[in-house]
Design a protein around this ligand. Structure first.
Ligand code: SAH
Length: 280
């Protein structure tokens, strides 16, 4: 069987949403690149359903006021090339001092905290700058908190929640408004033998606990809206890492956090992205 390879360029904050939607209609896998990603479909997939998902996400993009748009290039590739192309896109990467992100078929690295992602699930693989920044800042500041409990807000693939569990947080909660993300997180938690993560569909407002650490890799607009909730759910002495912020939007996010009573600990740039560590 031949495959369709779509090269899709889309602003990063919308990438995961689109990938999830494509997976739900039969996308076999993705390979993430800098500003775009490759998505693979069997030739038999209904093209109208792909177009439909693309237009839904395009509408979301337009509604968000994003200046960058979505563009798609399609080509057909023969079966045998596909597996190789696919695997080449997933090399293990070291992140921070201790983490290594690797696909299921690679051997885990001794002496590192291995985070295994299953590319066949076609979700974000942690190769994105904002995910990496969260891991770096989590590792850097985990020791400053009491490590009692952590909230991964907008967990996506669950990668940050899994990392937190492996770093020794006693209780980890992972929430996402997208049910497909919740399913992916469950599968990834199993794959990583990260037990006991409280995985739920929903958002922060429905949670009644305060946390030692909060990770929120969402987008600036959502972070601004959620600032009061994030502050209210952070323990005194707790730390929140906020990511998914494009350079130039960091002041706006920080202002919302400051208004909610949080203080800047660290501004951490990576490419065109800025992550913020704030404390209470
Ligand atoms: N934490 C992952 C995924 C980030 S993508 C990582 O760092 O790689 C952002 C996720 O936030 C998406 O899965 C999206 O569904 C979720 N999300 C967006 N708005 C949200 C909200 N208000 N509450 C909870 N989750 C949200």
């Amino acid at each position: 069987m031949n495959y369709h390879e779509l090269t899709i360029t889309i602003p990063a904050p919308f990438r995961d949403t689109l990938i999830r939607r494509l997976v739900s209609i039969g996308c076999l896998g993705v390979i993430e690149q800098d500003d775009s990603f490759l998505a693979y479909f069997p030739e038999t997939v209904d093209r109208a359903s792909i177009r439909n998902e693309l237009s839904i996400v395009q509408a979301l993009l337009a509604k968000s006021g994003s200046v960058a748009g979505l563009s798609v290039h399609s080509s057909s590739i023969p079966d045998q090339d596909w597996n190789e192309t696919w695997k080449k896109g997933f090399v293990p990467i070291d992140v921070g001092e201790r983490f290594t992100i690797l696909p299921t078929w690679e051997k885990t690295k001794q002496g590192r905290i291995n985070l295994i992602v299953d590319p066949a699930m076609a979700f974000g693989t942690g190769h994105h700058e904002t995910t990496r920044s969260c891991l770096v800042l989590l590792e850097k500041y985990a020791g400053r908190s009491d490590k009692e409990n952590l909230l991964d807000l907008g967990t996506g693939t669950g990668i940050l929640a899994i990392a937190a569990k492996k770093l020794g947080f006693q209780r980890v909660a992972a929430v996402d408004t997208d049910l497909l993300a919740v399913d992916a997180t469950r599968k990834n938690a199993d794959l990583n033998e990260a037990e006991g993560i409280d995985i739920r569909e929903g958002s922060i407002a429905e949670l009644n606990e305060t946390y030692s650490f909060i990770l929120a890799n969402i987008i600036s607009g959502v972070l601004v809206l959620l600032a009061p909730e994030i502050a209210a759910h952070l323990k005194t002495g707790g730390i929140a890492v906020l990511s998914g912020i494009l350079a130039g939007q960091d002041d706006e996010v920080l202002e919302a956090m400051t208004k909610a009573g949080l203080k800047l600990i660290k501004r951490y740039p990576d490419g065109k992205w800025i992550s913020l560590a704030v404390g209470r």
